[in-house]
Design a binder for this molecule. Sequence first.
Ligand SMILES: Cc1cc2nc3c(=O)[nH]c(=O)nc-3n(C[C@H](O)[C@H](O)[C@H](O)COP(=O)(O)OP(=O)(O)OC[C@H]3O[C@@H](n4cnc5c(N)ncnc54)[C@H](O)[C@@H]3O)c2cc1C
Ligand code: SF4
Ligand code: SF4
Length: 481
Amino acid sequence: MQPPTGFVVWLSSSKHSLVNKKRLSYTCVRQSLCFWLGHSVVPSLVYPSTWGNRKARVSCTVGSSSHQKEQQLYPHRLLKNYGGLGGKYDTRQYPAKSLCSHCGLCDTRFIHYVKDSCAFLNQHISELEYTVHGKSRALEIEDQLYFGVHLTMLAARRKQPLPGAQWSGIVTSIATRLLETGKVQGIVCVKNDETDRFKPKPILATTPEEIYASRVNKPTLSPNLSVLDTVEASGFTRIGVIGVGCQVEALRSVQSKLGLEKLYVLGTPCVDNVTRKGLDKFLRTTSSSPDTVVHYEFMQDFRVHFKHDDRVVGGSGKQWTETVPFFGLKTNQLKDIFAPSCLSCFDYVNSLADLVVGYMGAPFGWQWIVVRNNIGKEMLDLVSSQIETMPLSSSGNRFQAVQNSIPAYEKGMTLPMWIAQLLGVVIDKLGPKGLEYARFSIDSHFTRNYLYMKRKFPNILQRHVPEYARRIIEQYKLPQQ
Ligand SMILES: Cc1cc2nc3c(=O)[nH]c(=O)nc-3n(C[C@H](O)[C@H](O)[C@H](O)COP(=O)(O)OP(=O)(O)OC[C@H]3O[C@@H](n4cnc5c(N)ncnc54)[C@H](O)[C@@H]3O)c2cc1C
Ligand code: SF4
Ligand code: SF4
């Protein structure tokens, strides 16, 4: 027996179904339905648009053996009225405590699996690499040691850049094509809050317009996985997820509990993320016009590029770029802006995504693509007619620059701006380029993060630092204290 159609349509009548809106649990709603209907078979709640083309998942036979089986397979569904951590009156802590990157998992019922899934409680990248890509990275091959398992790497850019995207908008284009071609029914991505351009608001996008609205980086910790309950309640069986390393590690750990037929994971590299408060401090300390910044990037020319648009302060639409050399950053004032999670992160290159789109291994102005497996290749093929590509290159030598940066960061050294500008020009001409720049950035961050962990979290240092990161760090002389 089917539930009355009107009732189901009412329950699921908006993109953000009742389950999401009122944070009612999926199981709770479904069980109420089952109760009303005399414990008969009820298909899961779905969005009207997908009602016709999804397989009706027989999901509720309370008291029957299939119900027990479901409970064994998906124990998180038993969590009752789970409202998520971090709410106004919530006094509980996130399980990873100060190391939590607020990936969003613990705002959902999937918190049930947190002990095994959280990137900070159980770092298990190597094991997951094997599950996802069919092999772990070969540590003796330098490109794999640094960039993880991959089939190929290349430089690419959209022939017509997407206005307002972080780079040329390859991520947005791929996500849109995934949806348009019917490969997925929804995409997990993050748009900005209507009231704050930098405050992330994760969504399950079901239209190209919603994906487009999520373009550009939100340079703050973003709880992308907080929509996993919505994903489950949607009944979708094919989805795409856009995310950074810590989000993807947790996602991969609970992937088998999502009841999906197909998952496409489109990742970006990620480093030095900040809380919203930390971002304010960074902008105020570093930019000459913090209120008009719409996005920024630490670029391959050893400068931070701030993009400004005065419309955000009610101006006429004047846009400009401001550059600040890395060596001129007020390191002594900025040390505390990075989230502890990000100072403890060793998955810069998003090892577990199917396809990674960044910039740091590519020439200036191009995006850096790492195709990790066949699903990644399938995604990149979707935009082949929209992009131009070229092989990657590598030049220069990073070692001395990284070694010198270690004590400079420790001492919080800041150079006068004119010297910083001059040094920026010299390093841009003579410094590491292409993949060597990417290695420079990885080495600098891994050595810094290792020292941070050694001092702040010595008890978990051993299990938290992956073997590939150890090998990279071992190339440098670190201070003993
Ligand atoms: C915090 C952060 C730090 C980064 N650092 C580096 C780096 O050091 N080196 C490097 O090579 N690349 C880095 N990247 C990736 C790079 O900046 C671009 O995001 C990437 O090249 C894609 O550009 P695009 O124009 O194709 O993206 P767009 O088409 O503009 O799409 C951006 C996508 O990113 C998603 N997104 C935005 N903010 C977040 C967030 N906080 N968490 C999760 N997902 C988000 C959005 O959902 C959107 O779909 C970083 C990304 C982020 C979010
Ligand atoms: S990082 Fe994610 S999984 Fe870990 S405690 Fe925080 S929200 Fe939970
Ligand atoms: S730097 Fe690492 S821990 Fe921080 S948000 Fe990015 S992937 Fe997560």
